[in-house]
Design a protein around this ligand. Structure first.
Ligand code: AMP
Length: 219
């Protein structure tokens, strides 16, 4: 199964991706996580990407395409993969098609999560993230068991630098202007599965499960 995950920042993509990665036994490839790691390690890619990420803007397509090309060639992707955060522009989607064609593969499904706009900014500005495994927490709907520590690995939770209100709004705007239109690129192929991402994590998880079992259809 080669799966694409779509949804605005704060839609719960990363959380659902972690469940799906276990269920389908495919690696979750989060371009945001890869970039944050590069920024932390001050690699050439990290240094170039940092300025865009701080503003909530997209990192240039050529950098992203090269990153994904290298990542999906690795052995752990031979049985399928899930892309969380890629493609985010039409040129990225076109480049992904070419890449997959050249290795005799294709996208099987695109899961798109929909969440009300006002809910998104609240979720982002209140969320805590584990810097080591990227699990996210929310004080009301998904608090950590031990205050400020990740349930999975005990690391101290942090606020992502781009989860402030101003950058969160910019990221949502960029999503709706540049990324959401890509759904129309994939729709004619009948691959798009749309799911209501509002409400508790477990409810969304159940909706996602049911939706992916059936034929692609609108929410
Ligand atoms: P995310 O963790 O998916 O919210 O991504 C965090 C930031 O990384 C985004 O706001 C962008 O600056 C950058 N980013 C992640 N994926 C991409 C992509 N496919 N294309 C361009 N920029 C990206």
């Amino acid at each position: 199964m080669n799966l694409l995950l779509f949804g605005p920042p704060g839609s719960g993509k990363g959380t659902q991706a972690q469940f799906l990665s276990v269920e389908y036994r495919i690696p979750q490839i989060s371009t945001g996580d890869i970039l944050r790691d590069d920024v932390k390690r001050a690699t050439p890619l990290g240094r170039q990407a940092e300025v865009f990420m701080k503003r909530g803007d997209l990192v240039p397509d050529e950098l992203m395409v090269e990153m994904i090309r290298e990542r999906i060639r690795r052995a752990d992707c031979s049985g399928g993969f899930m892309l969380d955060g890629f493609p985010r522009t039409v040129p990225q989607a076109e480049a992904l098609d070419q890449m997959l064609d050249s290795i005799g593969q294709r996208i099987d499904r695109l899961l798109s999560l929909h969440v009300d706009a006002e809910e998104l900014v609240t979720r982002l500005t209140e969320r805590w993230t584990c810097p080591s495994c990227s699990l996210t927490y929310h004080p009301a709907s998904n608090p950590p068991r031990d205050d400020q520590r990740c349930d999975a690995d005990g690391a101290g939770l942090i606020r992502r630098e781009d989860d402030n209100a101003e950058t969160a709004r910019r990221r949502a705007q960029v999503y709706f202007e540049r990324t959401y239109p890509i759904l129309d690129f994939y729709r004619p192929r009948g691959l798009v599965v749309e799911v209501d991402g509002n409400g508790p994590i477990q409810e969304v998880r159940n909706r996602v499960k049911v939706a992916l079992q059936g034929e692609p259809r609108a929410a």
